[in-house]
Write a protein that binds this ligand. Structure first.
Ligand code: ADP
Ligand code: ZN
Ligand code: ZN
Length: 737
């Protein structure tokens, strides 16, 4: 009997395996690994990706089904990218088909061709026609013509669709007659912006920058991880650009990962203007066809540089020669649901697989990264000087215990704000708490509003006149009087950004205050306009949450105030101290960029806290050394490897039952240096109406931990109690909430 080829396919289903299919007789040759195929799956058909072929299967040949159709002539996912995906599936214990579909643009998942097809664009021509007369009897054409004029003479498909919704008119039918009259032309958009022909020349590199570029440049032909620790404004991005230039000149591609380029096009623009090449960008602000286009341009080599957020790490790049991870410490590299991967870690894996260098850059490297550098796994490079400002800011702790406080602001801080404003300086105040106040309390009986679905208080939002839970989003109208005792005096305890904003506006009426947080920037475009007014100096006082701490360049800021550091000093999360030190360092780095000396005031009730003292007197790396000692003592990463099983259940007992069964499955294996903690309630046990429990596995070595995960996971799926809960396994969890 003729042996038939068995095709192994990763199908986007929650199953930890690939599936075997027969090749239909009409297909001459087996599809290559990385091609998409349409296959029968249960009673449906699905699009999967070929991961291999064989001449035998463990499944009874009579039960094997033939695949329906091969969708690609050549692989959409070449071997290099597929290797990374399969590695990811194994390491993070996630179904391979789901890993692959995380990586693929939606249109490829749906079976569309992998080719660059920009959307359509309609543009007014230069034709000089008297449209008022010509379109007199065609109101719809006239309307479309007017809309085109209002939108700079251009509309793309997406904009047109939005306008159709807005106006309730079907404008599409007016396009063709306008084209026939020569008034409008139709073009195909390309998703890559044109290359700039006139590039900006960069500054001359300083000695530190030159030394680093030279060191990395000498080592481009093999795997090497570099950690670039450079203070804010020290010219890290310049180093990235110079390195990219060298790698591009050698005919290779460059991948740049960055935390939030959807919000901040500046970084992409800077690379584009300096390098003068066509750059593909992948971020959450794209529609499906833009995403497909950028992905394909990187995959077929047309784009030589790809800049993207987290999931861009999976994009095929045939000539990849360098990976750069900017702000490598940033939490957004870790995906917190479904496939819980860390793109920074995968950048290292991919660089190693491909035999190329990877550069991690930050003003506040993750403790893991510094640890790896100090034990010789990464090469560590320093940029210690600001590239333009000559003096680092002066940092001072403000002891809140000895001061009258006015709406969350100490007298010292008020006095400094006044002084800086008078000298035309800009003030940035940072508080990681939105809303007016975190608690609203009845003065007569002590009533407070807690969320019915979470173990949390509801935050008072004065502008909206409501109480809102920041953990599940539930809200309730502001009660006019105390719901318990009818008391009329409801007092707001503590301050959020909204309250600070109001206090400042009242105190400094002649100065413009701009608040930047999730509440004040909900409407599309408001963040950009607020950032613009911050950058231009039109706003004199900026108040905001961590949104303000991220990478924005405010050249006029001379005073930075950190209003409350104490929450970070006493949090139960093992990364809290690290986050606080990063935050202080990053926010402080916003002071006195450009040529003006800056000042940073940190308000705290614990000015003698060792964390603050070490950070202030020994700098970030000094802090990191001390914090690593502590991590080692308590047995947390990077000294221990963690896996966290999380469970959420509507009924508390269902959660406990599942977790105890999960724990029991492990008992016989729990040797080999793997320790098991729990199950215990999560730090916030009830959230969004679900009871949350967790079970932590810790091991000094990675191998024994990972060896027991796979069989455990399979056994977990078989548990009867698994059906009544939501559970997930997080490998190398970022936090333990
Ligand atoms: P980072 O990425 O470390 O925050 P950037 O690369 O953005 O720093 O540099 C900060 C500012 O300093 C930018 O305006 C940049 O153009 C400028 N800059 C960087 N390197 C130099 C240099 N060698 N000489 C003069 N200016 C520089
Ligand atoms: Zn009351
Ligand atoms: Zn809630």
């Amino acid at each position: 009997m003729n042996k038939r080829t068995i095709i192994q396919v990763a199908v986007p289903a929650p199953l930890y395996t690939t599936f075997d299919y027969l090749l239909p007789a009409r297909e001459q040759t087996a599809p290559a690994v990385g091609c998409r195929v349409k296959v029968p799956f249960g009673r449906r058909s699905m699009i999967g990706v070929v991961t291999g072929s064989s001449d035998h299967s463990s499944i009874n040949p009579k039960r094997l089904k033939a695949l329906y159709r091969v969708l690609d002539h050549s692989p959409v996912i070449p071997a290099e990218a597929l290797n990374l995906l399969m590695w990811t599936a194994r390491y993070y214990q996630h179904p391979p088909g789901e890993v692959i579909s995380t990586a693929l643009p939606a249109l490829l998942r749906q079976g569309k061709a992998a080719e660059i097809r920009g959307g359509l664009l309609w543009r007014l021509t230069d034709a000089n026609v008297d449209t008022t007369t010509l379109l007199q009897r065609a109101p719809k054409q006239l309307q479309l013509h007017m809309l085109l004029q209002q939108h700079g003479g251009e509309l793309d498909e997406e904009r047109l669709r939005a306008l159709e919704l807005e106006t309730g008119a079907s404008l599409r039918s007016a396009i063709k007659p306008l084209i026939e009259k020569g008034i409008v032309e139709q073009c195909e958009q390309n998703c890559l912006p044109e290359a700039v022909t006139h590039t900006d020349s960069g500054p001359d590199m300083n000695i530190e920058q030159r030394t680093i570029v030279h060191a990395i440049e000498g080592d481009l032909a093999q795997y090497q991880a570099h950690l670039l620790h450079g203070i804010t404004g020290s010219g890290k991005t310049e180093v990235y650009i110079m390195l990219a230039e060298k790698v591009l000149a050698a005919g290779k591609q460059v991948l740049v990962l960055a935390p939030e380029i959807g919000l901040t096009p500046q970084l992409t623009e800077r690379f584009r203007r300096r390098l003068g090449i066509r750059i593909a960008a992948l971020h959450s602000g794209l529609n499906d066809s833009q995403r497909l286009c950028a992905w394909c341009a990187a995959a077929n080599g047309e784009a030589r540089l790809l800049i993207g957020t987290r999931s861009a790490i999976f994009t095929p790049m045939p000539d990849l020669g360098l990976i750069i991870v900017d702000e490598e410490h940033d939490g957004s590299y870790k995906q917190q649901d479904r496939l819980r991967y860390n793109a920074r870690d995968l950048a290292l894996v991919r660089a190693r697989q491909k035999g190329i260098p990877v550069v991690l850059g930050s003003a506040t490297p993750a403790l893991e990264s510094l640890h790896n550098a100090w034990r010789g796994h990464y090469r560590l490079h320093h940029l210690t000087q600001r590239a333009v400002a000559d003096k680092p800011p002066r940092v001072e702790l403000v002891d809140m215990r000895r001061q009258p406080m006015d709406e969350g602001l100490s007298a010292t801080l008020h006095q400094r704000i006044g002084a800086h404003l008078q000298q035309q300086g800009q003030v940035l105040l940072f508080l990681n708490r939105r809303g007016f106040s975190p608690v609203l309390m009845c003065h007569a009986c002590g009533w407070t509003q807690s969320c019915g679905r979470c173990d949390a208080h509801m935050t008072y939002h004065r502008g909206k006149r409501l109480l809102r839970c920041h953990h599940c989003g539930a809200d309730t109208p502001l009660p006019p009087v105390c719901p318990d005792c009818g008391g009329e005096e409801l007092i707001s305890l503590g301050a959020g950004t909204e309250r600070i904003e109001q206090a400042l506006a009242a105190k400094y009426p002649q100065h413009r205050v701009e608040r930047i947080d999730r509440d004040s920037t909900r409407r599309k475009g408001t963040l950009q306009s607020k950032l613009d007014s911050a950058q231009s100096g039109a706003a004199h006082i900026l108040v905001g949450t961590q949104m303000l701490a991220k990478g924005h360049d405010f050249p006029n800021v001379t005073l930075v105030g950190i209003l409350d550091t104490d929450q970070g000093l006493y949090s139960s999360d093992f990364r809290a101290a690290e986050h606080l030190a990063q935050l202080i360092t990053q926010v402080a780095g916003r002071a006195g960029r450009a040529h003006r000396a800056g000042e940073v005031l940190i308000q705290t009730h614990h000015p003698d806290h060792p964390l603050l003292q070490t950070l202030l007197h020994q700098g970030y790396e000094g802090f990191a050394r001390a914090a690593l000692v502590e991590r080692e003592q308590v047995g947390f990463p990077p000294y221990r490897y963690l896996a966290l099983l999380r469970c959420e259940a509507i009924r508390a007992d269902a959660g406990i039952e599942f977790m105890q069964a999960a724990r029991a499955l492990l008992a016989p294996n729990a040797s080999n240096g793997v320790e098991i903690f729990g199950p215990v309630p999560a730090p916030m046990e009830k959230r969004a109406g679900r009871y949350r429990t967790q079970l932590m596995l810790q091991s000094a070595e990675r191998k024994p931990l990972h060896r027991l995960l796979q069989p455990w996971l399979q056994a977990l799926q078989q548990l009867k109690s698994a059906g009544r809960v939501r559970w997930s396994l997080d490998i190398d969890p970022y936090d333990t909430y």
